[in-house]
Design a binder for this molecule. Structure first.
Ligand code: FES
Length: 480
């Protein structure tokens, strides 16, 4: 058996020599320039990125009905053998709140922001992921997917711990530390890793959110003691454990056994076809390469994105069995013989999109500054009016700097610096929603008229510049 030391996956520890150095300036510069992005036309991508409250309400509405019906059946069966299947079904549906946590954390299912937030808070509690902490954690995961020492959400660390993987089908190894972390945060004691990705200004919010979770646990615990039955806890808290099998079964397919430290989601992430029931409960996250390469696309259009870019990605696994048939021997090998072993995915030869094209931005119209007409006081001719549709954005390069030009209704043009203040992603790959530009990387939003940062995780406002239409051109005013 393997006797090698465990790797250091902590975010603040000494990372092994294969990892990218933990140097934010270095890594932030590198990540956007280096990650692979699919080639897809702006028009098609924009259509896929649209949010509708209807799709999300239908999804969550049905989910709530299923929870109530299965929960009611579970109560009726209490004390009989029927309770076993009844609670298994209830717990499985309850644990699929993890998919809701994930999607609402991205802010993509609903068009209406407060609906995203409400479902995010409920789902976070149900899946035992404290909402503030995990929002920041997941942003990090998307920036540094499967990079050792930078990604806080590497599910299977090497050498693979097979017992832990097996126990987590009932959340028995990861669950207790997660609950303990909530308790620690309720006491205001985050560890160094958490401090490395949750901004100081968010810590208080995280402590109070954790306190609410702990208070609810206590209420249900006391209730159970008072009635000498753990039935109340079978409905809140415990379902995430006894019903967690599907979450683990599907979650492992995302990255386990694949390559670490590579800037290509096609090599560290999987897409797999699964049955419609699982797909519903998992909110289409089986299209995981698609989700990671273009996180602005909501769950309900991911299958269409998959169709649009599948010639650029490795072949999707035909079913879960195909994934596990390959993954289990790979994890066993990592655990017992060679921690460096990983599955290599065959990349299609047609897929060599420019590495520096962020989120489809390469395919959008953009002037490069060579044909610009500079007028007095730095009014710069940025593009033709027809280059930007209503409620859209394009990128514009001038004197080595990137700008974003927005068009709302008619001739309402606006301009700002072109890189997101959170992680330097080009905003021209984003989506205009209710007068805001949503960043394509972590779904942060800025008001395009003022540059104000209005949605997590962005904190710093954008610089804005006057923009206006002059005949058939759009000019922006860039100060020296
Ligand atoms: S790069 Fe993180 S929200 Fe823009």
């Amino acid at each position: 058996m393997l006797t090698k030391e465990r790797r250091d996956y902590s975010l603040t520890g000494k990372i092994n020599d294969r990892a990218v150095p933990l140097d934010d300036d270095y890594i932030e510069d590198q990540v956007e320039a280096t990650w692979w992005h699919p080639t897809i036309s702006r028009k098609e991508l924009k259509a896929l990125m649209q949010r509708t409250d209807g799709s999300a309400l239908r999804h969550f509405g049905l989910w709530i009905v299923l929870l109530i019906v299965s929960g009611y059946a579970a109560i009726l069966s209490w004390g009989t053998l029927w309770a076993i299947p009844a609670f298994l079904i209830y717990g499985t549906i309850y644990s699929s709140s993890d998919a809701g946590w994930h999607e609402c954390g991205h802010g993509t299912p609903f068009k209406t922001r407060w609906l995203n937030e409400v479902f995010y808070q409920f789902s976070s509690f149900m899946t035992l992921r404290e909402s503030v902490l995990w929002r920041w954690s997941h942003a990090r995961h998307h920036t540094h997917t499967y990079v050792v020492g930078l990604d806080p959400e590497i599910q299977v660390m090497r050498p693979a711990d097979l017992l832990k993987i097996a126990m987590d089908f009932f959340y028995l190894r990861s669950g207790p530390p997660e609950v303990w972390r909530i308790v620690r945060h309720a006491l205001g004691r985050p560890n160094a890793d958490v401090r490395s990705f949750v901004p100081e200004s968010e810590l208080n919010k995280m402590y109070w959110s954790s306190r609410v979770y702990v208070a609810i646990f206590i209420v249900f615990g006391v209730w159970s003691l008072a009635i000498h039955s753990f039935l109340p806890m079978m409905f809140i808290g415990l379902p995430r454990f006894y019903g967690g099998w599907l979450h683990q079964l599907l979650g492992l397919t995302q990255h386990a056994g694949l390559k670490e430290n590579v800037f290509d989601h096609r090599q560290n992430t999987r897409t797999v076809y699964i049955n419609p029931v699982f797909r519903y409960l998992y909110m289409n996250m089986n299209y995981h390469i698609e989700h990671h390469s273009t996180p602005m696309v909501p769950f309900h259009t991911l299958p269409r994105l998959h169709e649009a870019i599948k010639d650029q990605t490795p072949r999707a696994y035909p079913n879960l069995w195909a994934v596990y048939k390959e993954m289990i021997p790979a994890l066993y090998k990592q655990a017992t013989q060679n921690p460096d072993y990983h599955i290599v995915r065959d990349l299609p030869t047609t897929a060599n999109a420019p590495k520096s094209a962020p989120n489809g931005a390469a395919s959008r119209p953009s002037t490069n500054g060579t044909a610009q007409e500079t007028l007095a006081a730095q009014w710069v001719d940025a593009c033709a009016v027809t280059d930007i549709g209503e409620h859209d954005v394009i990128g514009f390069n001038h004197n080595g700097k990137v700008y974003a030009i927005y068009r709302l209704q008619g001739d309402q043009f606006y301009a700002s610096e072109g890189l997101c203040t959170h992680g330097q992603t080009e905003l021209s790959g984003g989506l205009i929603i209710n007068g805001c530009i949503e960043c394509p990387k972590h779904n942060g939003r800025f008001d395009v008229t003022t540059g104000k940062a209005v949605q997590h995780p962005v904190k710093v406002d954008l610089k804005t510049y006057p923009a206006e239409r002059r005949r058939n051109r759009v000019f922006i005013h860039i100060p020296e």
